[in-house]
Design a protein around this ligand. Sequence first.
Ligand SMILES: [Zn+2]
Length: 172
Amino acid sequence: MHWKRIILTTLLMTVAALILFGFLHIEQLPPKNSTPVATKDADDINSLHPTVEKNMHKLVDKSADTGIPIIITDDYRSKKEQDKLYAQGRTTEGQIVTNVQGGESMHNYGLAIDFALEPEPGKVIWDMEYDGNKNGESDWLEVVAIAKDLGFHWGGDWTEFKDYPHLEMHIY
Ligand SMILES: [Zn+2]
């Protein structure tokens, strides 16, 4: 019967087309787990997350209230800027300041900030022993404690690469 062959051929072609389409579709899926924040597309982010920004201001205010003026030295960083920073101390001059490349840092997702002490306007220090408010405690660690109360995680707690000025929030 001729019509049976036509139906069979049509069916086979449909199945082949579906398989091919499915294959092409799978090919276009982005690689999974390519970044620590898999649910976010870094290309859509170009500023601090509003919650992080709000808590950053709180941190600056609360630290000042404790007699510790601080400065935010870095917040959002593009993947390109991250790659440039990663190159520092490796393929370009300077000392190594990060162990993560573009897309791997919470800065690339607007979820991290870096701070430093600024005891006098324009005088920025990264001294963890400094006790400017003279209460017998390290100003740096006092700021870290305030940050942790606000929900930040501290880079100084990392085991592999300690990043003492770094604070990040885990918001997904
Ligand atoms: Zn940082």
